[in-house]
Design a protein around this ligand. Structure first.
Ligand SMILES: Cc1cc2nc3c(=O)[nH]c(=O)nc-3n(C[C@H](O)[C@H](O)[C@H](O)COP(=O)(O)OP(=O)(O)OC[C@H]3O[C@@H](n4cnc5c(N)ncnc54)[C@H](O)[C@@H]3O)c2cc1C
Length: 578
């Protein structure tokens, strides 16, 4: 079946819905989502969205931009960070005007709290910059935007999973999509397509990410010749629930929670004397891992799965109940403890992809280091790389990225589609997807994908984790290549057509394997330590050789790497200290 829309948005998280909202003001817009829209991972975002409103203490967008650049270890494109932080203020007020129920100060203004790496006056001390709705900020954003999209008559295709992109040279013409309910393949022709498919934490064993976070957008693009940028930079959030990886928001530390080792010591005093527990995430995650490996974890056995304590007992049941109710609930459900009485056992968890589909500040997808644009193709949100997060994202800057760059992409699309012609597509454009699905479902016997998935996640966790080295990463590349070969023999165990989640998970596994390979290769080649990419064999940042973005092209079984300049037009890179 062939459908036609001016604009198609893939993904109904914060980025997709904001873009849809703007694009639908001027064009016939559809949103495709493999999930029911408000189940998108944005709904799991807890802690807040940053903006220098200055509601509870002095703050400026310029300080916010500086923190973003420094937090990203100077791999951030600085003009993009300037846009992010300047447009943040209006973006938050827009959300408020659209109905988002933020927490309030006693005077009725939007309340703000502390978050890691956000400082006043270029690093003097922590500042209250995160606007929040208890610890359900993402949930509120999603509900607010979804309502507004319904009001704007956006067409929603729920439980439609995109499996391929149709490109004619450097022009995008549409998508190939599986309908979950029927198993049928659909072709969507569009003047503009925007990917907003979110993250891919599922390449790792322990992650805060939902099961659906399988990086479909970046993988589909990579297979069509589009490079992926800075994929070696994957953020581990310091505080996941031990053993499970479920997130304990940084808001707990923002409200005053303290990390302690087995001696009860506030160990962050040694690693970050100024910002302590609210240092950027790469630093806190490494500090926890170092404590654990040195035998100062709570068990004290020096094993990598040992943990530390996040102590929120002194915050009191009132603060926990009103500002962190969901976190309190998670602790009760998954750990059987009340954080008002006992410290929370935590360990770093794979959390956020700084890298992704390269775009300019209007969301247009870029094909190479010279900035060649793919006409009609856009990306925004976690699957994209603008790049405002550089080598390490600051907490609360992702929700902001969604609304600022989702909105900018939507506005650009609205203009673009009004002068572009509807591209021609036909059934033959589905051939690639048909042969992939045909192979997976041809009725022959093949291994189950579950084992491959498990091995991939273990390899990535152990060898492309918080600390990295040449030997492990080279081994990871080999292991992932072998897993990709084994993937060529997998078959579905369930041959039904309707709601065949077995098939869809196998397709997702193919995506995860492609992204694992690209991540591992990009990491192996970067011979320095910067932000979340921390190498035992190259412990220093090396601006002379490595102040550049990676562009990785998937070429069959190989990954070809190229590099592009970083925009450092505002602040000269300096060593980071906190
Ligand atoms: C537990 C948790 C807490 C977080 N807390 C915060 C926070 O407090 N502040 C902050 O700034 N950031 C936070 N983050 C990060 C932030 O929430 C995410 O980066 C952000 O929500 C991603 O939004 P998105 O719009 O890019 O994608 P998502 O919200 O992940 O949505 C992706 C969409 O794409 C669709 N999709 C995916 N693949 C396909 C396909 N093949 N076909 C069709 N549709 C597809 C999905 O159905 C979904 O609708 C948190 C993340 C997690 C995991």
């Amino acid at each position: 079946m062939i459908h036609q829309f001016d604009t198609i948005i893939v993904g109904s998280g914060g980025a997709g819905l904001y873009a849809a909202l703007e694009a639908s003001c001027k064009s016939k817009t559809a949103v495709l989502s493999k999930l029911y829209p408000v189940r998108s991972h944005t709904g799991a975002a807890q802690g807040g969205i940053s903006a220098a409103l200055g509601n509870v203490e002095e703050d400026k967008p310029e300080w916010h931009a500086f923190d973003t650049v420094k937090g990203g270890d100077y791999l951030v494109d600085q003009q993009a960070a300037k846009i992010l932080t300047e447009e943040a203020v209006q973006a938050v007020y827009d959300l408020e005007n659209r109905g988002l129920p933020f927490n309030r100060t006693p005077e009725g203004r939007i309340d703000q709290r502390r978050f890691g790496g956000h400082t006043r006056n270029f690093g003097e001390g922590p500042v209250r910059r995160a606007c929040y709705a208890a610890d359900r900020t993402g949930h509120m954003i999603l509900q607010t935007l979804y309502q507004q999209c319904i009001k704007n008559d956006v067409s929603f295709f729920d439980e439609f999973q995109v499996v391929d992109l149709i490109l004619e040279g450097t022009v995008c013409s549409g998508l190939v999509v599986v309908e979950l309910a029927t198993g049928e393949l659909h072709i969507f022709a569009a003047k503009a397509v925007l990917f907003a498919t979110g993250g891919f934490g599922r390449i790792f064993k322990i992650t805060s990410n939902a099961y659906a976070n399988t990086g479909d957008g970046p993988a589909v693009c990579a297979r069509r010749g589009i490079p992926l940028e800075d994929m070696e930079f994957y953020q581990f959030h310091p505080t996941g629930i031990m053993g499970l990886g479920i997130l304990i928001s940084e808001a707990v530390r923002g409200e005053g929670g303290i990390l302690r080792n087995r001696d009860g010591e506030r160990f962050m005093e040694r690693y970050s004397p100024t910002l302590l527990d609210l240092a950027p995430r790469d630093i806190v995650a490494r500090s926890i891992q170092t404590e654990v490996l040195e035998g100062k974890g709570i068990r004290g056995d020096g094993k990598i799965d040992d943990y530390v304590h996040l102590d929120a007992t002194h915050l009191g049941a009132d603060v926990l109940g009103t500002k962190l109710p969901d976190i309190t609930g998670f602790c009760k459900t998954y750990l059987g403890i009340n954080p008002a009485d006992k410290p929370i056992p935590v360990l770093p968890t794979a959390h956020y992809a700084m890298g992704g589909i390269p775009t300019d500040t209007d969301g247009r997808v870029l094909l190479d280091k010279d900035g060649t644009v793919v006409d009609g193709l856009y990306a925004a949100g976690e699957c994209a790389c603008v790049s405002v997060h550089g080598a390490n994202r600051l907490g609360t800057n992702s929700l902001l990225d969604l609304v600022v760059f989702g909105r900018r992409a939507g506005l650009h699309i609205a203009d673009y589609v009004n002068q572009a012609a509807m591209p021609a597509v036909d059934e033959s454009d589905a051939a690639g997807a048909q042969s992939w699905i045909g192979r997976l479902t041809d009725g022959s016997e093949g291994p189950h994908g579950g084992y491959i998935s498990d091995e991939m996640q273990t390899t990535m966790m152990e060898k492309i984790g918080i600390y990295r080295n040449e030997r492990d990463m080279a081994a990871a590349v080999q292991e992932i290549k072998e897993l990709r070969q084994r993937y060529d023999t997998v078959r579905v165990q369930d041959s039904s057509k309707q709601f065949n989640t077995d098939l869809l998970e196998l397709i997702e596994l193919g995506n995860l394997l492609d992204l694992s390979l690209i991540t591992a290769e990009s990491a192996l080649k970067r011979q320095e330590s910067r932000g979340a990419h921390s190498r035992e064999d190259y412990p220093e940042r090396d601006d002379d050789n490595w102040l550049k973005h990676t562009l990785a092209y998937l070429d069959g079984d190989e990954v070809r790497l190229d590099y592009k300049e970083v925009d450092t037009s505002i602040w000269e890179p300096k060593p980071r200290s906190y």
